[in-house]
Design a binder for this molecule. Sequence first.
Ligand SMILES: [Zn+2]
Length: 346
Amino acid sequence: MWDPVTKDHAIIRIAGTFLLIAVLAAGPAGIASVTPPPSVAAAPASAPAVALAGGFAAAKLPSSLTTTAALHLRTGSGTSFRILLTIPKGKAVSVLAKAANGWYRVRYAGKTGWASGKYLGKGKPGGSSTPHLPRAHQNSGPNRSSRVVLTFDDCPRTLTAFTAAINYASRHDIALVLAPTGDCLTSFKHRYGVDLAARARAKGHWVINHSVSHPDLRTLSCAQAAAQLRGTGVRTNYGRPPYGAIDEGVRCAYARVGMNIWTWTRDTLDWSTKSKSTTIARASAAKPGDTVLMHMGWQGFAPDSIRQIKKGLDRRGVELCRAYHGANGTGPVYRTPRLLPASLPC
Ligand SMILES: [Zn+2]
């Protein structure tokens, strides 16, 4: 598949910057054409092919364009320039100028840089069904409430342990957020014919992606990391990168598959302490709105632990996210949708 983010264009490295400087030097009279010459390299400096907003060709330059794929914003008009950030698909960018090679100088999320025109269209923004969160929201994901979300990653020890935990939480009107790996789901499907994700959703819990085989996604290319997110794992719009390991390449992968990153705000380190009481104490110390990290393979993922955590939070007047009661929040516990709403109905 053609890959807009990694191969946006094999173009002359400094063409855009060079021509922009040439235009500024030549003044408005120098802006003679918006039609790119056949070869950027051959374009004489006296006939720059750059349109500047507000200049001669402003009418031909749209004030904004929409990304048709996840697209890198770079410091210059070519793929050799440094990446400032990855603009998700379906986002509107303000257009400032166009370089002869088809790259646009644009502004997005407070940053100005260059992006390949190949993936900028006139469509309406919001084409992607996934709302992309600002980085500031990635730790608490879609929880906008003051309620605490208990999240459990990886894989349960047994089907019995899994079923006991999700049933207990559901009966006590607590929504868990589960992040099983694809390998975990496959293993339980093979061994018991059970889809853990479906079983959890049926009990009003939320299920998010945690990759197929739990690699450190930073060690992979954007395409390889995206394959980890698209594989046998959970198909949804939120995912937790293994180890919480994130860099620009990892962000690129999440943007490419249309998934928001959701890490955590409070880590119990349950896998390290291996202590039930310490895990409960740390989870019970959660502040309003916290996303608490635990693991399905450790002591927090059990009816008695969940009971004690709830009791500890209750004592401090802190509430847990409620099991899903449908779109209008009333009635019995419902099966949760595969895609999480932008604001979790806690
Ligand atoms: Zn994990």
